[in-house]
Write a protein that binds this ligand. Structure first.
Ligand code: HEM
Ligand SMILES: [Cu+2]
Length: 575
């Protein structure tokens, strides 16, 4: 026909267009950023998770160096390695770094990486909010450490008034601390809302509450506790800020305020905070033990329920940090008893973990060894905690090294060991390579010996009266030997940590290639390749039990008639 050689008129084009189905036309799509810019602009939960982990482990190392300087200063009597002012700053930076810049956000790092994968989702509910959480944390760290260049805070990580008010801490260090608190709070709250929305709404088909992995349970409760506890701290920090700069007197008796108000607000946040840190560690242990014991977790429901119970009870015990303040005896008794009660759900967990290991065919891999250290070391800290909760005992040992020993047994002995278990366990998923087992075991034994050498003797130092946060002591005090042992232990512990850091860096290129499921694990993150593709799941498997990977393997066995070593989603072509 003639028309074939003639270009169609605009009118014809318009008619043709109207007849064809509607199309989506993309205008001006920018090419995806590459290199470091792609990290800066990412909203992928896995990349954000990795940035969280790198940032928070960096703070862990900085906080660790501060701890070693503290230990050097205390190694012997009448030491003057650092000035008293620098010492106070070191203690404050160490405590604040470990709690606010390391422990709470490192959990957000693991959770960011793992929660969507474990529940069969393609990302977090609000990916941009997620990036916002990370960058707020980043700037919180910068704000806090920038104070080193003018005047670091020195009122302890608890910033008790009146020490932290403008009369006693006139320079800007406390303000940097307050700003850091505000920024980490905003970061954690945004993260918590994101985890809650994700876990409630984005689980794979079939993943009922009774099939939710225990780590995900612990992250859900961690998030709710953050939402409940953090506002109390932000309010207190804001009041301190206005007291310092705008003439209010919330904490100043001269203007009708009360320094005790700070303590109440701080510990109303502070005790839930310890469970914010430790419950996810319990979650890691509950994931790792059954995999390496080759048995289902014992008492799934009891472990999940005890997580909720501990979280609830943790809101009722804050004044056990204030037993030495003027308080009516009936109130002291209430807080003593409520503290005792927490030992019950905690004990339930311990027994369930032991029952999980009992008669299992245990594989002594590094993640298992680190995870199994938690029940042992945490129980020591739990028992000293119950002792401290008896208020006449607390009257004797409050603010001594006994308390320092207590909370390091729970936080480092329980917490950090479990965290490193998580690192060895999930590293192959994140990087595609296994960490070295030999270095892992070396690291464990150095850390285990170093940790106990550092902190066991601190119970004795505390019982013989050594005060917490003290700068130096006389030779006649008799504390010299305890402290020397403790300092030597802390360096063994430090070397142990460095072995794992070296292992993580070395294995990035040299580690054994992992495949998607090196541990023959139970949960969905092992179904996708290591590292997972950007969209995580091409198809989202239907979940039929607590151990979906076991079901998938059984399915392969029954359809192909041969045992499935691992099962995996077909590898998608990489872009
Ligand atoms: C059985 C459970 C626990 C009980 C009964 C308990 C009890 C106590 C008590 C009574 C104190 C106050 C000591 C004093 O100031 O004289 C204290 C301090 C402390 N506890 Fe616990 N605790 C328990 C578990 C934990 C856990 C799991 C963590 C952390 C993950 C933790 C971290 C701390 C910290 C950081 C302090 C020091 C607070 C400060 O700066 O004064 N505790 N604990
Ligand atoms: Cu407490």
């Amino acid at each position: 026909m003639e028309a074939a050689t003639v270009a169609p008129s605009d009118a014809v084009r318009a008619v043709r267009k109207a007849a064809s189905p509607p199309e989506v036309v993309m205008h001006g799509l920018r090419p995806a950023p590459r290199g470091w810019l792609s990290w800066l602009t990412t909203t992928d939960h896995k990349r954000i998770g990795i940035m969280y982990l790198v940032l928070t482990f960096t703070f862990f190392l900085i906080g660790g160096v501060e701890a070693l300087i503290i230990r050097l200063q205390l190694a012997g009597p009448d030491n003057t390695l650092v000035t008293p002012e620098a010492y106070n700053a070191l203690v404050t930076m160490h405590g604040s770094t470990m709690i606010f810049l390391f422990f709470v956000p490192v959990i957000a790092g693991f959770a960011n990486y793992l929660v969507p994968l474990m529940i069969g989702a393609r990302d977090m509910a609000f990916p941009r909010l997620n990036a916002f959480s990370f960058w707020t944390l980043f700037f919180a760290g910068i704000t806090f450490y920038a104070s080193l260049f003018f005047h670091p805070p020195a009122a302890g990580w608890t910033s008790y008034t009146p020490l932290s008010d403008d009369a006693f801490s006139p320079d800007g260090g406390i303000d940097a601390w307050i700003l850091m608190i505000h920024l980490t709070t905003v970061s954690s709250l945004a993260g918590a809302v994101n985890f809650i929305a994700t876990i409630h709404n984005m689980r794979a088909p079939g993943m009922t509450w009774g099939r939710l992995p225990l780590f995900v349970w612990s992250i859900l409760i961690y998030s709710y506790l953050l939402v409940l506890a953090l506002p109390s701290l932000s309010a207190a920090a804001t009041m301190l800020l206005t007291d310092r700069h705008f003439g209010t007197a919330f904490f100043d008796p001269a203007g009708g305020g009360s320094p005790l108000l700070w303590q109440h607000l701080f510990w109303f946040f502070g005790h839930p905070e310890v469970y914010i840190m430790i419950l996810p560690m319990f979650g890691i242990v509950s994931e790792v033990l059954p995999v390496f014991a080759r048995k289902p977790i014992f008492g799934y429901k009891a472990i999940a329920a005890s997580t909720v119970a501990i979280a609830f009870l943790s809101i009722l015990v804050w004044a056990h940090h204030m037993f030495t303040t003027p308080t009516a005896e009936v109130v002291l008794a209430f807080f003593m008893l409520s503290s005792f009660v927490i030992a019950v759900p905690t004990g339930i967990k311990i027994f369930n973990w032991l029952a999980t290991l009992w008669r299992g065919s245990i594989e002594f891999k590094t993640p298992l060894i680190f995870a199994a250290a938690l029940p042992g070391l945490f129980v020591i800290g739990g028992i000293s905690g119950v002792m401290l909760a008896i208020f006449p005992i607390d009257w004797q040992v409050h603010d001594t090294y006994f308390v320092v020993a207590h909370f390091h047994y729970v936080l480092f002995g329980g917490g950090a060991f479990a965290l490193i278990a998580g690192l060895y366990y999930w590293y192959p998923k994140m990087t595609g390579r296994l960490m070295s087992e030999r270095l892992g075991k070396l690291s464990f034994w150095l850390m285990f010996i170093g940790f106990n050498a550092t902190f066991l003797v601190q119970h004795s130092a505390g019982l013989s009266g050594m005060p917490r946060r003290i700068y130096d002591y006389a030779a006649s005090s008799g504390w010299g030997e305890y402290n020397l042992i403790s300092t030597i232990g802390s360096f063994i512990l430090g070397i142990g940590v460095l072995v794992t850091v070296f292992n993580a860096v070395w294995s990035l290129k040299r580690g054994q290639v992992a495949g998607n499921d090196p541990w023959h694990a139970n949960t969905l993150e092992w179904f996708v390749p290591s590292p997972p593709p950007e969209n995580n799941f091409d198809q989202i498997p239907r979940v039929r039990s607590l151990e979906p990977m076991q079901d998938l393997r059984a399915q392969v066995r029954s359809t192909q008639g041969q045992p499935a070593g691992t099962v995996a989603q077909p590898v998608a072509p990489t872009r």
